[in-house]
Design a protein around this ligand. Structure first.
Ligand code: ADP
Ligand code: MG
Length: 730
């Protein structure tokens, strides 16, 4: 067997399978111990300063430099007590990972004495060497600098890596001119816009509402494989997915993995990971196997969306780090293995008031239900009007392999609401003007509380194939990719719902100004929303071809690839939407579009190079060796006087191998020609589209030949670990 593959298998076999001693303390005894929580802030800050802090946050004002100094001192005191030596501004650039640059508290004072220093300046703003982060031309055009700026809404935390502790301060990353260079800045702006819009509407129902938070509970799917297997697969290392690999005889057909017993080695990893999460205040609660072999999921309690986004980004780092400690590797790619399920990151989203109401939770009384219906229907309308933006928000080279594959939501955005709510919406829609007035006057006989029984909360009325499903008291955006930063999807959702709610309120207020009763005005507008958005509702099987047909008839877009999907970012409609709500300027949107296209191009280029290299210098040589062996065998047989009719197996295998070697090689040559053409093109979009339409299709074509070779070439000659070795080894 090839030395790499057999070394990997041997290493894997020799892994200790026993558990190290577990720390069985109660979770509550260490939960958030590495987070600078409100409680700690209060303990380390003077009473006066704490009061000022609370007032500043409540008023949504900027934290003064003086207060920042006091908070920095409190942070430093707490962090140093815990043995922290360094601090970093922690941010989420558009590269797709988190970034940090560590500075030591230690410095020399003017007289040369060694001191530990951390003040308001260091807390509030830093200037990382940002030239290598993507900026889509923003910094280049204006100023070569980027800044990280403290986000006081997300608590600082201590990262403990191999006993060395660093204080991490969540920040946004912006250019000198204030343009957003990260995922978080637009997200925060969208949360503010949603707060304002939703508070306005929520006050129709409860005048004590002063703030509305978006809530997010993500569910993170991932694959976990042995580290040795990973290092023996150059494709996994470079692109996060296997570019070759024949489906094993036993795939997921038997569906025996889902919710099955968690293998011990994986279990150890999960326990370790959860402890790290809990210390960092990430409220992880559930863990289970997923559908595919070696696929798993974890999910936390939902949180305020900004914090939930930070927690998910932090989690993705932690997962990688903890897995390596266990000689495992986490694969966050949306489709690491062909022929079995890919991974997503369901984003459960809702809105909640400072009075404690979940605005997407159906109530027990008709009044509450009108509130519920208002937010529910406005969300549907927003998704209907801006489905293209939601599609763009989940667009990524890696997610293209998953969306529309037969286990993932298709690239068609539709909304599932279940049988009961469909009936409820129908009921409102068919009511005429007089009905609505009467309804409102007679204290709302909407009866919807009867139509949304508890069964709604049950799994039975759930459609698992929908990209955007209502699941009882929240919407679940399921088309988000497992490797994505949740911020983009959430930013778009917040923005479109904010815009829709603003529009809704303007219209309702107008009816009221014209003398209409409030409830009747609301119902009337809701009816209009239903009428103009119901073609986005779909209750059937989203994976079926029939739905693709039906969606086409309804005029719903089915944008299958990233370069096309990203066009939505630069339409006039998008410019207005994001501009009007101060989420992003036209320039920021254009920059983002450029960055995402560049990212797409890089990813495709990497995979193309990889396919070429892996095929030419590892796989094909092994196949040629097999070919030579067969030729020798056939020649020897001839010399020994064995008739041709006794050599059909060898002939057949030789034929298959020769054909596939030839075809794979031809595929590579054509792919390389197309790549050269792409290089000649001028605009980023042209390059991306060419790579998408003329280079990527060869990936699959080449793969099919190589996978065929995997069947015909003697097992021990095959140079890289096979699917069965990567996926089923425990
Ligand atoms: P599932 O059947 O999809 O696993 P769960 O009830 O377990 O459903 O919830 C999945 C996720 O939804 C969890 O992260 C949970 O915290 C989150 N969630 C529940 N309620 C809300 C809400 N109001 N807003 C946002 N997320 C929520
Ligand atoms: Mg779910």
């Amino acid at each position: 067997m090839s030395s790499n593959r057999s070394a990997a298998l041997n290493l894997f076999q020799s892994r200790p399978k026993t558990v190290k001693e577990r720390d069985n303390r109660k979770i509550t005894s260490y939960y958030a111990e590495n987070v600078f929580t409100q409680d700690k802030l209060r303990a380390y800050l003077s009473n006066d300063a704490y009061k000022v802090y609370n007032q500043t946050i409540a008023d949504g004002k900027k934290i003064s430099r003086e207060l920042a100094d006091q908070i920095a001192a409190a942070l430093k005191a707490w962090a140093m007590e815990k043995g922290t030596t360094h601090y970093t501004h922690w941010f989420q650039p558009l590269t797709g990972t988190t970034a940090e640059k560590h500075d030591s508290f230690f410095t020399l004072s003017s007289n040369g004495a060694a001191v530990e220093k951390f003040d308001g300046d260091a807390l509030v703003q830093q200037e990382p060497d940002a030239s290598s982060f993507p900026s889509g031309g923003l910094r280049a055009t204006f100023e070569a600098r980027g800044y990280t700026a403290w986000d006081p809404m997300s608590p600082a935390f201590i990262m403990d890596i191999a006993g060395s502790k660093t204080l991490c301060i969540p920040t946004v990353f912006i250019s000198y001119t204030g343009d957003a260079l990260d995922h978080k800045a637009p997200l925060i702006r969208s949360l503010e816009a949603l707060d304002k819009a939703a508070t306005g509407v929520a006050r129709y129902f409860d005048r004590f509402v002063n703030k509305v938070n978006a809530t997010l509970g993500w569910e993170q799917e991932y694959f976990l494989i042995d580290k040795a297997m990973y290092y023996a697969r150059p494709d996994l290392m470079a692109s996060g997915r296997t570019v070759f690999g024949r489906s094993p005889a036993k795939g997921q057909q038997l569906e025996d993995h889902y919710f099955g017993a968690i293998p011990e080695r994986v279990f150890n990893y999960m326990v370790d990971l959860e402890m790290e999460c809990h210390k960092l205040g990430i409220p992880v609660r559930t863990r289970h196997n997923e559908v595919a072999p070696s696929q798993f999921e974890l999910a936390p309690m939902f949180e305020e969306a900004n914090i939930a986004v930070d927690h998910n980004s932090l989690l993705m780092d932690l997962m990688d780090r903890v897995a390596r400690r266990h000689n495992l590797i986490v694969l966050l790619h949306e489709k690491p293995f062909a022929g079995i399920n890919g991974s997503g990151k369901h984003n459960n989203w809702s809105m909640s008031t400072d009075t404690g109401t979940n605005l997407l939770g159906p109530g027990k009384t008709p009044r509450n239900n009108l509130q519920f219906l208002t937010f529910f229907i406005n969300t549907i309308k927003a998704v209907h009007d801006h489905a293209d933006l939601l599609r763009a928000a989940i667009a990524a080279e890696s997610n293209d392999y998953r969306l529309g594959a037969n286990e993932a939501p298709p690239a068609i955005i539709s909304v599932f609401i279940g049988e009961y709510l469909t009936k409820a919406l129908d009921a409102i829609e068919i009511r005429v003007e007089n009905d609505l007035k009467e309804e409102a006057e007679n204290d709302l006989k909407l009866d919807i509380h009867k139509m949304i029984p508890d069964v709604m909360m049950d799994n039975t009325d759930r459609n698992r194939t929908s990209p955007f499903a209502f699941t009882g008291n929240k919407f679940e955006f399921r088309a988000v990719g497992s490797s994505a930063n949740c911020a983009d999807a959430m930013m778009v959702l917040n923005t479109i719902v904010a815009s829709q709610l603003n529009d809704f309120k303007t219209k309702v207020d107008k009816h009221i100004a014209e003398g209409e009763k409030k409830d009747s005005a609301i119902l009337k507008e809701l009816r209009t929303c239903i009428q103009t958005s119901k073609n986005i509702l779909f209750e059937g099987d989203n994976y079926s071809d029939a739905w693709a047909e039906e969606a086409k008839k309804r005029g719903l877009p089915n944008i299958k690839t990233t370069p096309q999907a990203l066009d939505a970012l630069t339409t006039k409609k998008a410019h207005h939407l994001f501009g009007d709500l101060n989420i992003m300027t036209e320039r920021e949107q254009e920059a983002r579009h450029e960055i995402y296209l560049e990212k797409y191009i890089k990813k495709v280029e990497i995979e193309a190079s990889l396919i070429q290299e892996l095929a030419i210098n590892q796989i094909l040589p092994a196949c040629i060796k097999a070919q030579t062996d067969l030729i020798h065998n056939i020649q020897s047989a001839q010399n020994a006087g064995i008739g041709k009719n006794m050599m059909t197996a060898q002939q057949h295998i030789l034929q298959k191998i020769s054909e596939s070697i030839h075809a794979a090689h031809q595929g590579i040559l054509t792919m390389e020609k197309e790549r050269e053409k792409a290089n000649q093109m001028k605009s980023t979009r042209e390059v991306a589209v060419h790579l998408c339409d003329h280079v990527k299709p060869h990936f699959l074509e080449i793969r099919n030949h190589i996978d065929e070779l995997e069947l015909y070439v003697e097992d021990k000659l095959w140079p890289i670990p096979k699917y069965r070795e990567i996926l089923f080894n425990r």
